[in-house]
Structure formats: structure tokens, C-alpha cells
Design a protein around this ligand. Sequence first.
Ligand code: BTN
Length: 243
Amino acid sequence: MTIIKLNAIDSTNTYLRELCATIPVDDMTVVVTDFQNKGRGLMGTIWNSEKGKNLTCSVFKRHVDFFVDRNFFVSIATSLALIKTLIQFNILNLSIKWPNDILADDKKICGILIENVIKSNQLEFSIIGIGLNVNQHNFVNLPNASSMKKLTGTVFNLDEVLFVFQKEIKLYFEILNRGEYALLKKEYERHLFRQNKKSQFKMPSGSVMTGIIDGINNQGKLIIRHRDGLKTSYDFKEIEFIY
Ligand code: BTN
């Protein structure tokens, strides 16, 4: 697997996006940096990360015969690869806060930003950005953030963490390429944060809804069971977890 190491860059996702528009990029190429000065998070947010402390990387994943309506499986494979990686470094109490925040002890330890390129209803490739909090100890104004070091007191070697993650993500994409959707969905649901627990969600109207997370459907929408027993599935923009 090709690894491109950069001292600093605006964003590894942006860099990889521009690179693959210029030259052919090998499947599973990884771009990793010590520092991003324009790190991007979900929904147009900024992703800040202390220099040299965390795993800040993006993976280029090319797809073959991959219908766009299955695109959530890229999130599933990535989330599960991160869970498996963290387990190997003895990080406990892991869960996936839908759609793809990785939590440890109910605090966010890793964010994922997946950008897909679609051609005629097929996913052509994905750029999978990973911001894994490894050795950073202070998170200003982020009370719900944590890191591997904060949880264990241990300082981790970033190259070792990347090595394990690369191995795991390769394995999970092999499972996905074999079409083992049910297995991946089941494993993802097994790690789902607050599954079968009464939770509160903010709706686009601003109102608060109480319901129980039942799982996800095949498109990755979150299925919520309401008080009357009825189930509704929600897209990412249709519902927001109240932590
Ligand atoms: C989130 O908001 O939870 C997603 C954060 C994703 C951050 C990573 S860091 C590496 C890659 N490059 C970026 O600009 N963002 C992603």
C-alpha cells in the first residue's frame, strides 16, 4: 500500500481529492500528515488537531460495481476497522455513534469524513478521512472529546496505529467486496451507541423527539422505535442526537 507522508497540509482529504484529479492513484493509498491547517469535519465544520499528536489521514478507496444506494457500507467498513484497531491498543467501551463517530467511554475519540465520487449511479471512489485522537490531552471547548492517551495514560506510536488501521480497513473492504452486507450491518449494529435505550433527538424543526434506536436499514438510515411501537427511519440531515 502506498503511503504519502506530509509534514503539513491544508487537509488530507482535499490533497487526495486534488491528487486523484491529476494522476492515477492506487487503491488504498494513504495520505497522512502531522498537521492540517484547514482540517475539515462533517457538515462544513473545522477539524482541529494538535500538531504531531493524532492520526490525521485519508484513504483512497476505488470501487468496482458498487451501487450508490449501498454507500453507507463504506462508513460501516471504516467504523468497524477503527473499532478493531482501537481494541488492539486496549481501548475499551467502544461504540459507534450513528452515523460514524467512534466513541470510547461515551466520548468522541475519532471522526470520519467520507467523500464519495459517483458516476452513473455507481460509487467510483471514496476518500475516507480519519481524525483519530491518539496522544492529544487537552481539547479546548470540547467536553465530549477524548483520546487514546487520555483513556489509558499511555503514549502511542502513530506509525503503529496507522499500520494496524491500514491492515483492518483492508480486511473490512475485502469483506465488503465479497458482498457480506448482512454480516457487516450486524457487526455495526452490535456497536451502535445507545441501541435499545431511550434517547432524545433534535428534529430539523427544532423540536425534541424521544425514541429508541432499533438499528439501521440497508441504506444506513437510523431506525427509531416510537412510544406507539411504530418505527421510522431517518437520514443524517433529518435527525440530530442530543448527547
Ligand atoms: C467529523 O467531523 O467528525 C469528521 C472529522 C474528520 C477529520 C479528518 S482529519 C483527516 C481528514 N482530513 C480532513 O480535512 N478531515 C478528515
